[in-house]
Ligand binder design. Structure first.
Ligand SMILES: *Cc1c(COP(=O)(O)O)cnc(C)c1O
Length: 413
């Protein structure tokens, strides 16, 4: 008998305070605890309502508790949960086929998160380069301020030293170059480079769109040296920028693409997409994960892909983007001492703090939260908006109203 369960721990009252008592302090969650959500509407423990312009960091692209996604998951819940990689399953075969059909890719590998998808991409790049060119070809080139996940390999490849401090020794043969700097890339991408990994638009690093000429130059340098070009579309993918994947708008096709976040709309899944020729280097037994491509995650991913990859849906993302952008441009014009010019693609938008308010993005989003609007930051100097892609015109107007109410209070303070 479990004494704790007997004493009713499953129904024990829990609060934000409980977090500090029972969880490892890797996060600093908000004061309110969300308990229920539908679409972009969310309620906390007190029953207070919030308009969610975060999507759980660009994850719930179809909104919370999307009925069609719920239906797909429920159907699969009652059919087959788990089978292990000694067997394949119907949902994963359908999801892989659909992703291949929708992209440059010919092969897919599934896992459970963005970090794992990038880990797979980086391991594939090393395996491919070593197999095809020899062990000297091992260097991974990535960008400063980039974010690729929190496994030791992906966090070391990421361009934010504060995330690797204290975790040494780190994986070797990694180089970091400034983003959007063609000459730095030309100098760094030499014959010993196995892969260049890049976000087509940097998310965590401040919502910084990649310059198409830069991404084209990376393609050219990779072709010259035999390095693989990996696009990390964990945040930019699945319709977020107004196309299924951002690469489609950049005029550059990568060798490997990673997806996660919105692919599961909140159900954990990650995917690595590549070609047949490259993918064959991950032969039987070279890589894997227990839950990768499980029927539940795959059923969700397939439904999400079906709903997002429609011209009308993606067209609406661009339309909603233009409306949010126009509002933010006006906000920045009305409060030039507080905000700089908004930037981004689709519904991944950054609003930088002006000089006098540098370092205070979190203070501003906290004020918005108090008024009932959830926003993200992308570092201390940038407010980040990533509403569900199903955001309505009315919700865009309401977010603008709340952001204005908050800035009036903020600027006066
Ligand atoms: C969030 C993110 C990741 C990491 O994904 P996890 O699911 O948290 O492991 C990797 N790359 C980018 C660009 C991201 O935004």
């Amino acid at each position: 008998m479990n004494a704790k369960l007997d004493s009713g721990i499953a129904t024990l009252p829990v609060t934000r305070q409980t977090f500090d008592e029972v969880l490892v302090p890797t996060y600093a969650p908000a004061a309110m605890v969300p308990v229920r959500a539908s679409g972009l509407d969310l309620w906390d423990q007190e029953g207070k309502h919030y308009l969610d312009f975060t999507s759980g960091i660009a994850v719930t692209a179809l909104g919370h508790a999307n009925p069609e996604v719920n239906e797909a998951l429920t159907r699969q819940l009652n059919t087959l949960w788990h089978i292990g990689n000694g067997y394949t399953n119907e949902p994963v075969l359908r999801l892989a086929s659909a992703l291949i059909d929708a992209t440059f890719a010919e092969r897919a590998f599934f896992c459970n998160s963005g970090a794992e998808a990038n880990e797979a991409a980086l391991k594939l790049a090393r395996k491919y380069a070593h197999g095809k060119f020899g062990p000297h070809k091992s260097r991974i080139v990535s960008c400063l301020s980039s974010f690729h996940g929190r496994t030791l390999f992906t966090v070391s490849v990421g361009g934010q030293p504060k995330y690797t401090e204290g975790f040494e020794p780190l994986p070797q043969d990694l180089s970091h170059i400034p983003y959007n700097d063609i000459e730095a890339a030309r100098a760094a991408i030499t014959d010993d480079v196995a892969a260049v990994i890049v976000e087509p638009i940097q998310g965590e690093g401040g919502v910084i769109p990649g310059n198409p000429d830069y991404l084209k130059a990376l393609r050219e340098f990779c072709d010259k040296t035999g390095a693989l070009l990996v696009f990390d579309e964990v945040q930019s993918g699945m319709g977020r920028t107004g196309s299924l994947f951002a690469y489609e708008q950049m005029g550059v096709v990568p060798d490997v693409l990673t997806s996660a976040k919105a692919l599961g709309n909140g159900y954990p899944i990650g995917a690595m997409l590549t070609t047949t020729e490259i993918g064959q280097y991950l032969a039987v037994g070279t890589h894997g994960t227990t839950y990768g491509g499980n029927p539940l995650a795959s059923s969700v991913g397939l439904k999400v892909l079906e709903l997002i990859n429609q011209p009308a849906f993606l067209g609406r993302v661009k339309e909603a983007s233009a409306k949010v952008m126009a509002n933010l441009q006006q906000l920045a014009a009305d409060y030039p001492n507080v905000f700089g010019q908004p930037r981004g693609m689709g519904l991944l938008i950054g609003l930088p703090m002006a000089e006098g308010f540098k370092g205070r993005s979190k203070d501003y989003t906290k004020l918005c939260e108090k008024l009932g609007l959830m926003l993200l930051i992308a570092g201390p100097d940038v407010v980040r908006l990533a509403p569900a892609l199903v955001v309505t015109d009315e919700q865009i107007v309401e977010a603008d109203r709340l952001m204005r109410a908050a800035v009036a209070e903020f600027a006066g303070a």
